[in-house]
Ligand binder design. Structure first.
Ligand SMILES: [Zn+2]
Length: 128
């Protein structure tokens, strides 16, 4: 199910501040770009689910085509539920240009990124 994507439409971003339909909190950044390649687009179309990063929530969420609102993804079958990738998150935090992340701060370790930018991800159980 790999998608061939052009640079222009290869990424989507959930706007900052969008809340989880389950716990009603916003992690700040949903970091859909940390999902396995192409999954962010599927989440954007409601065809795959990602989890809420708060350790005490972890609800599966998706969208209905409008990224400014996330809805429950509990109806999405297990094979289309994705966790964020540890290796992709590490690359992103390090400022690797292939991630599309233009770092203002220079490269950080993922732990530093979480500590300083997105503490909601503390203790998040990453996928590979
Ligand atoms: Zn939540």
């Amino acid at each position: 199910m790999r998608m061939k994507l052009t640079e222009d439409c290869s990424r989507i971003a959930v706007p900052h501040g969008v809340i989880c339909p389950e716990c009603k909190r916003s992690p700040g950044d949903w970091h859909a770009e940390w999902l396995p390649e192409g999954v962010d687009l599927l989440v954007g179309k409601g065809q795959a689910a990602m989890d809420c990063p708060y350790r005490d929530c972890g609800a599966w969420v998706t969208s209905e085509g409008r990224l400014n609102q996330l809805v429950s993804g509990e109806d999405i079958p297990p094979e289309r539920r994705y966790k964020r990738s540890l290796s992709r998150a590490r690359k992103y935090a390090s400022g690797d240009p292939s991630t599309g992340h233009v770092s203002q701060t220079g490269g950080l370790s993922l732990e530093e990124w979480i500590e300083t930018v997105v503490p909601a991800y503390k203790g998040y159980d990453f996928g590979p």
